[in-house]
Write a protein that binds this ligand. Sequence first.
Ligand SMILES: [Fe+2]
Length: 243
Amino acid sequence: MVSITYNSRHAYLLVGIAINFYSNICLCFCFCLNIGMNELLFATVDFPLLDKAHIVDTIMDTPRKYWWWDSYRTTNMLPLMTRSGKIGHDGSDNGGKDEFEWVDYTSKEIRDWFDDIVFPWMGQRARIMALLTEPNFSNAEHIDCDENQVGTMQHKFRYVLQGQTDTLYWITENGQVNAPAIDQPFLMDGGWPHGMHNSSNGFKLTLAVGAPWIGNHSYDNINVLQSRKDYVLPSNWRQYLKK
Ligand SMILES: [Fe+2]
């Protein structure tokens, strides 16, 4: 009996040590992943692709009265998913606790792609905008978060439906650095000052998801092509914040 009690205590002790060891390993692993994801500047996302030309048509068929002008980023915006499905500029408001819902005019193809693939991957719904930039036009250089969030995980999901991804550029202490030219969706760090010059003769159209989603601590289907640690923030980065 004494032997059994001793063995039981011994077993509990070993289990306790094992759990503690495992917890520490997990904490260390998560910490490492957090650091890694904080450093993400640009990464491709491996998803089944949309029929871009068709999606462009469905978006551009939406009456112009539903679009609004974002003067901070100097781009046209069309809300596709908003809190309570609000339309127009009201759809840009991410405050409150209303559920994110599809705006009535959003096509079934877009809804299905996000509902079946993107949102399960993100772990939540978030606001979706279509961003339209006219030919030979530049979006204003800006930062997509508050000052105290710069350097934290501020992932934005983007999918360029028409135009080139390398028209996006980062502002660094050593000059501009273009994003890579890719075809698939990508993640970008909204906390790094950036701009976009659409140098083509056609408009650029992009699907954009951001707040309140800020990113995941790990992904199983991304390929990081640019990292924050390889560049230096410009010393004047605060000038790109929204005033
Ligand atoms: Fe941005």
